[in-house]
Design a protein around this ligand. Sequence first.
Ligand code: PLP
Length: 408
Amino acid sequence: MLDWEQIFATRSSRMRASEIRELLKLLDQPDIISFAGGIPDPALFPDVAFKEAYSDIFSSAQVGAALQYSVSEGYKPLREWIASDVAKIGIDCTPDNVFITSGSQQALDYLGKLFLSPNDTALVTWPTYLGALSAFNAYEPNYDQLSLNGNRTPEAYRDTAAKTGGAVKFAYLSADFSNPTGETVDLAGREKLLALADELDIAILEDAAYQHLRYDGEAIPPIMALDIARRGGIENTRTIYSGSFSKTLAPGLRVGFVVAAMPVIRKLVLMKQAADLHSSTINQIAIEHVASRGFDAQVAKIRSVYSKRRDAMLAALDKYMPKTATWTRPEGGMFVWVTLPEGMDGAELLAKSIATEKVAFVPGRAFYADGSNANTLRMSFSCADEAMIDEGIKRLGRLISNAIRAAA
Ligand SMILES: Cc1ncc(COP(=O)(O)O)c(C=O)c1O
């Protein structure tokens, strides 16, 4: 048999299935209460609106164009819609500054490819979105911990990068309701990041996948909006903003986008021509159709459902979790992040939890670039109703309390 590893490129050595994926395969059992998947509830998809959109497309003269190849930048009316939507949150740009991707995951891959030579450093939050680490890993970077409280100097970042033979290229973060912690970076943290990026002369990748899912509290301007306000226009910014229709409309159509200065957009267009030519024409048209007719109503609907589930999860954690556990109180998004006492292991707990309590979550270690903090758990509240959330957290609280007692 061929020794494939011998002929694969070195970059492939970092493409590994995570150990938790194996455990998560067990979730197909019907009686599991799952807080594991970070996915939208399919019951909330605007399926009727999509049916109308596709039916309109198929009964119009546009059908030929909808089924045809199209431009790499993306469908112009959709880019116009996105430009006007992001303008509402202070991102003043033209449709030319908007580039359509096949999900915002593709944006992470392209941005990794665009910025990272082997051994360059990507600054990421600790923990960070696992899919971003997977996307960047293929470009063989090193990771360094992005601190948003200003307690690390630019020299400290530069020195660490130089030691590993590369340069710091960008800071990646999700500023609103991050995956996995659900936390939001406050205005001061965003300003500090802009100042740090200026000093290091690096890009900021602002992943805004959950930006529309705020349930309470004051909205904070995106880093991109602050950058535009400081610099007097998008062409002078260093922030690259990525967004997605996956959490608001539906992920199956795979439509996401990037908003950035033109030099970045021009490179992304060349990359897309080489990678997949363009994102699905018909799906971009359908997204524009649905978004332009009912985006706000759809967002209001999902916010109202998810906020109740968030409340139910926080109430259940208060009720059933042992005092030695702590957790975040997110103002939006899909996740609560639980920290257990030192020494506990989320992966071991998951194996027990699936076997005895039939409750699933994601062990937190996978979200750390250095595989640390095994005592953390990511709990998603998006796909379980309030009664299931109460029951699931009750069982988990029991399991964790017993595990803590056994370890004492
Ligand atoms: C923070 C974050 N960014 C990006 C993505 C990718 O989503 P999509 O490719 O569906 O836009 C996800 C998906 O869960 C996410 O949580």
